[in-house]
Design a binder for this molecule. Structure first.
Ligand code: ZN
Length: 109
């Protein structure tokens, strides 16, 4: 379970950004290829947020699709798993996005 480490990072960043204000809502962009389990993420978030300005904040997850570029025809391919095939038939794909876990937005009181 790597969610705990990731969550700790997110909480740390959010706490810094909040500058002592209470956070009501936190929007996090999660790459579909990051292999993050939403339930684990929420569980870890509640754990990490305890005692910080994030305690009780609503965690909103925004899923970012995996995107790759085909090495053969140059087309962008959207992926749900970290591998796949372009419509042209080639599987020579370079991943562009889909592994991120970033604090996108937050609402403070
Ligand atoms: Zn292609």
């Amino acid at each position: 379970m790597h969610e705990l480490g990731l969550t700790m990072e997110i909480v740390e960043i959010a706490v810094e950004r909040a500058q002592g204000r209470s956070v009501k809502k936190l929007r996090v962009e999660v790459g579909k290829l990051a292999a993050v389990v939403p339930d684990s993420l929420r569980f870890c978030f509640d754990l990490c947020a305890k005692g910080t300005v994030l305690e009780g904040a609503e965690l909103v997850l925004d899923w970012v699709p995996g995107r790759a570029r085909c090495g053969s025809c140059g087309a962008d391919v959207f992926l749900k798993v970290p591998y796949g095939q372009c419509t042209c038939g080639h599987s020579d794909l370079t991943l562009l996005s889909g592994h991120e876990l970033i604090v996108a937005d937050m609402e403070v009181v």
